[in-house]
Design a protein around this ligand. Structure first.
Ligand code: DHB
Length: 496
């Protein structure tokens, strides 16, 4: 079922993008708050049915989480609390004092993300149908706080606005810990793609002083902003090195199937465009591919067996073998579940055992989705160029390679400090957030598999508990395995 789901939804999205969409009214804006006191927020009682179970909860919506907001369409948070916690009850072993706070963001494409709501069917083409993560969280006794965040399509939403907003929302929860059900020492962040990158960044950069001036300017609550655990689906992170990683994976694969991301009716839309790389794009691909081994080697990482993770000048070596072993694991699980892998020509399967995965053949098989450079476009046309623009400048470069190969008159490069504070890799240290769950679909071509692999390896090198897998047949998406996600959340949050 997973195999079919994402392509079908993409097709539906492409068709929907062609038809005239129903116009949705402007999102409402809310006044700046008089204080950041949760006790002053009025709640209302609702009930949602989740997998046949009736779940009463109180909703506290559109809470502006900073004193000096820049855009209250997005700098708001929805808080949902199981009604049982107002009656002294317990759910799933949690009480009003011990329930972790599930903190899902809805950011996609680095565009603005709205505060989420519990829904019994998926809220857009990105998520599978059925109860969404917020509804499932409530049914399992989690308090939910879903923050909105500004995004790149607004002049005041460019980097680092989205991560600053999420941190401000965390600070609100910490400052109100005594006044709100749920344990603000147990915040579990969740997000997909750009939202997954932000979720990971929220984990690694907890309380980092680099964000303090931005938080102060917004009048964020005076509290810490570290979280307890991170769930990240297909994080589009490490943008400084994502172009080189992409060409290390896809160099030589020149036919592409691009997904154009845009906003329609306040929802992220994805549309497919096919083509073949030009000679110039192939040249850029070669140049980028050659940058990747030095980067990987500079990280001095080891896998769980203690093998140093390296690449030679041709891009071969133990790091490539590590990704191949992750693909073998993914395929073996699928095979054990009875899936037919006979068409997967990049795998070697003997007697029901997946013996090997050939990464180059895999790249050809899944296909290129972005042209070189995938992220820092030489013509400043990507979403990430837009992300690193500023209030006056629509788009900028953010890598030396992009700037050197620039084709746009008067193009600027973002300042290094801003680029740095958008990358989860740059803040990994001992201590801080201990638990990370990273899932990237085996079929995901939005960024190289190397990006999440390096994130997982670097986190482990700093003593973190990392649960990392590449679920078979899954493309670019998230929240597709809620049973497993919530089992992991229960495990890490109740572990001694
Ligand atoms: C997303 C996808 C991308 O390919 C990208 O470059 C950035 C963000 C997303 O789905 O959020």
């Amino acid at each position: 079922m997973k195999l079919q789901r994402i392509p079908a939804l993409l097709l539906a999205a492409a068709l929907a993008a062609q038809a005239a969409p129903p116009q949705k009214a402007e999102l409402p804006r809310y006044p700046a708050p008089k204080n950041l006191d949760f006790a002053q927020v009025a709640g209302s009682l609702h009930t949602i049915t989740v997998n046949g179970q009736s779940v009463p909860y109180r909703a506290f919506e559109h809470i502006v989480y900073v004193m000096k907001p820049a855009d209250t369409r997005y700098q708001i948070m929805n808080v949902y609390i199981p009604e049982a916690y107002f009656q002294g009850g317990s759910i799933n072993g949690f009480t009003k004092d011990t329930a972790p706070i599930f903190f899902p963001n809805n950011v996609g494409g680095y565009m603005p993300g709205e505060a989420g709501q519990p829904e019994t069917d998926s809220r857009d083409n990105f998520k599978p149908s059925g109860p969404n993560a917020i509804a499932v969280a409530l049914s399992q006794g989690y308090v939910v706080a879903s923050p909105g965040a500004r995004g790149r399509t607004e002049a005041n939403g460019r980097a680092p606005a989205a991560i600053v907003d999420l941190k401000a929302a965390v600070r609100y929860l910490k400052a109100n810990d005594a006044k709100m059900a749920g344990d603000a020492r147990k915040i579990i962040s969740n997000g997909t793609s750009a939202g997954g990158a932000l979720s990971a960044l929220l984990g690694t950069s907890g309380n980092a002083r680099e964000y303090a001036p931005y938080l102060r300017a917004l009048g964020a609550a005076n509290a810490t902003d570290d979280v307890f655990a991170v769930s990240a689906y297909c994080p589009i992170t490490n943008l400084e090195h994502a172009d080189a990683a992409y060409e290390w994976q896809f160099n030589g694969v020149n036919d592409y199937e691009k997904i154009d991301i845009s906003m329609l009716d306040y929802r992220v839309q994805r549309k497919t465009v096919r083509g073949t790389q030009t000679a110039e794009q192939m040249r850029l691909s070669d140049g980028l591919k050659n940058l990747f081994p030095a980067y990987v080697n500079s990280l001095k990482l080891k896998n769980a067996q203690g093998v140093p993770m390296t690449l030679d000048n041709n891009g071969n070596g133990s790091f490539k073998a590590q990704i191949e072993s992750m693909l073998v694991q993914s395929a073996q699980k699928a095979l054990d579940e009875g899936k037919d892998l006979s068409g997967q020509t990049w795998l070697t399967i003997e007697n029901g055992k997946v013996k090997a995965a050939d990464f180059s053949a895999y790249a050809k098989f899944v296909g290129r989705q972005k042209t070189a450079p995938a992220f820092d476009g030489v013509d400043l046309s990507t979403g990430e160029n837009n992300l690193f623009g500023d209030a006056q400048t629509q788009a900028k470069h953010f890598t030396a390679f992009g700037a050197q190969n620039n084709t746009v008159q008067g193009a600027q490069t973002a300042d290094a400090a801003t680029v740095r504070i958008m990358n989860a890799m740059n803040f990994i240290k001992r201590g801080g957030t201990q638990h990370y769950r990273i899932r990237v679909g085996e079929n995901d071509r939005d960024t190289s598999l190397a990006i999440s692999q390096l994130l997982a390896l670097k986190l482990r090198a700093h003593g973190k508990n990392v649960d990392y897998a590449l679920p078979w047949g899954v493309g670019h998406g998230g929240d597709y395995d809620l049973d497993e996600l919530f089992a992991w959340m229960k495990d890490v949050s109740t572990r001694k």
